[in-house]
Design a protein around this ligand. Structure first.
Ligand code: G1P
Length: 291
């Protein structure tokens, strides 16, 4: 029987240089998307898929991440004394979303290295990796589908989405063949290829289900694209030992990794919110008519 998947690793040790100076003294994962920090959407996505143990990979200046998913008695007491019970329940609930654990990545050696820092915590179980720069719409069912695929086939599963033109240079690119409904068999992966050299325009998005064998492949990594220890390269050698499947999807992804995409996510999500959406959409229409 295939073990259930209950553990997640969220790498959140990056410097966030694309968002400087906003990220000089606060983690990029804490930048708000309307009224929640970006990482909260990622954690909620994991919890919806049945994850109850979350290991966040942090680095120096990331303390506010830990505080966000912890109790804060002073704030709770203050909210209670002001009769703000709903707000109090919301902040308490954050600490109860899952069991949170933290490991530190002392040196910025790459995504593969960041995932490897969680090895001792994960042990010998399958686990998911969620990159904090992106999150999926509620109801997208992507992670749930990937975990179900892992449970059916017992192998690692990557989220894959077609991207246009030269955009593939920002991602891992998958060489694959048809396997089944929404599924492809992955034959190779190349990290941030030149568009002309990309095996396909199927990009690896930041959701992975891994068998624990991935750690052995990460341990053998040598520096790859950008001089970093690349998770993509470890997937490349894992493939020689085990099948890896790709779970394809085409919508419901919110990318907050670069400033322009981050802005688009906020506008899109604000327009869809029942509480502020109607007023915000009316404002947008007026605004667009003027520009
Ligand atoms: C990372 C991965 C890459 C993947 C991308 C998804 O790159 O290395 O394979 O396609 O995330 O967002 P990064 O965006 O950290 O440079």
């Amino acid at each position: 029987m295939v073990a259930p998947v209950t553990k997640a690793v969220i790498p959140a040790a990056g410097l966030g240089t694309r968002f400087l100076p906003a990220t000089k003294a606060q983690p990029k994962e804490m930048l708000p998307v309307i009224d929640k920090p970006a990482i909260q959407y990622v954690v909620e996505e994991a919890v919806r898929a049945g994850i109850d143990d979350i290991c966040i990979v942090t680095s120096s200046s990331k303390r506010s991440l830990e505080d966000h998913f912890d109790r804060n008695f002073e704030l709770e007491h203050l909210l209670t004394s002001k009769g703000k019970d709903r707000e109090k329940d919301d902040v308490v609930a954050l600490a109860e979303l899952a069991d949170f654990h933290y490991v530190r990545q002392g040196e910025p050696l790459g995504l593969g290295h960041a995932v490897a820092t969680a090895r001792r915590h994960i042990g010998d179980s399958p686990f998911v990796v969620l990159l904090g720069d992106e999150f999926m719409a509620e109801g997208s069912g992507l992670l749930e589908g990937m975990i179900a695929t892992h449970q059916e086939h017992g192998c690692s599963v990557l989220a894959l989405m077609e991207v246009e033109g030269d955009e593939i240079a920002r991602y891992g690119s998958a060489d694959s063949e048809a396997f089944g409904d929404r599924l492809v068999k992955v034959n190779g992966v190349v990290e941030k290829p030149k568009p002309a050299e990309a095996p396909s325009n199927l990009a690896v998005m930041g959701r992975y289900v891994f068998t624990p064998q991935i750690f052995e492949h990460i341990a053998r990594l040598t520096p790859g694209a950008g001089g970093e220890l690349q998770l993509t390269d470890a997937i490349g050698t894992l493939l020689a030992e085990q099948q890896v499947l790709g779970f394809t999807f085409s919508e419901g992804r919110y990318d907050t990794g670069v400033v322009l995409d981050y802005l688009k996510v906020i506008v899109e999500m604000a327009a869809a919110r029942p509480d502020i959406g109607p007023e915000f959409s009316a404002f947008l229409k007026d605004f667009v008519a003027k520009v």
